[in-house]
Design a protein around this ligand. Structure first.
Ligand SMILES: [Zn+2]
Length: 117
């Protein structure tokens, strides 16, 4: 999970160097207000922890998609070579791809984003 703020100067999302699992933990660590310097425009501004947005890290998203595709193709081709056609690979691989991309309903990100101080 990445924690980001929307830069008050240029509007770009920039990552803050913390990975607390929830907003109260973040407050414990950096306080309710903190100074963040945007790496895009270089402007330092004060932000409130409620302005922090949690986002699933790209490593999980792309890693999950890559793993899902590998299983999908691997299992399908594996069975095809042995003379069977099966959609087990499609089900497992597709499930992993879906889980890593869309299954955000109970995720840490959603919990973080819906809880304000
Ligand atoms: Zn900026």
């Amino acid at each position: 999970m990445q924690l980001l703020v929307n830069c008050k100067s240029c509007g770009e999302l920039s990552k803050i160097p913390h990975d607390e699992p929830s907003r109260p933990y973040l407050v414990d660590k950096i306080g309710t207000d903190f100074i963040h310097r945007c790496p895009d425009c270089g402007v330092s501004k004060q932000y409130h922890v409620n302005q922090v947005i949690a986002k699933k890290s790209n490593i999980i998203r792309y890693g999950g998609t890559a793993l899902g595709l590998a299983i999908l193709v691997g299992v399908t081709v594996g069975f095809w070579i042995t003379g069977y056609f099966t959609n087990i690979g499609l089900i497992i691989g597709g499930g992993i791809i879906a889980a890593s991309n869309f299954a955000d309903n109970n995720s840490n990100e959603k919990a973080f984003n819906s809880y304000y101080i």
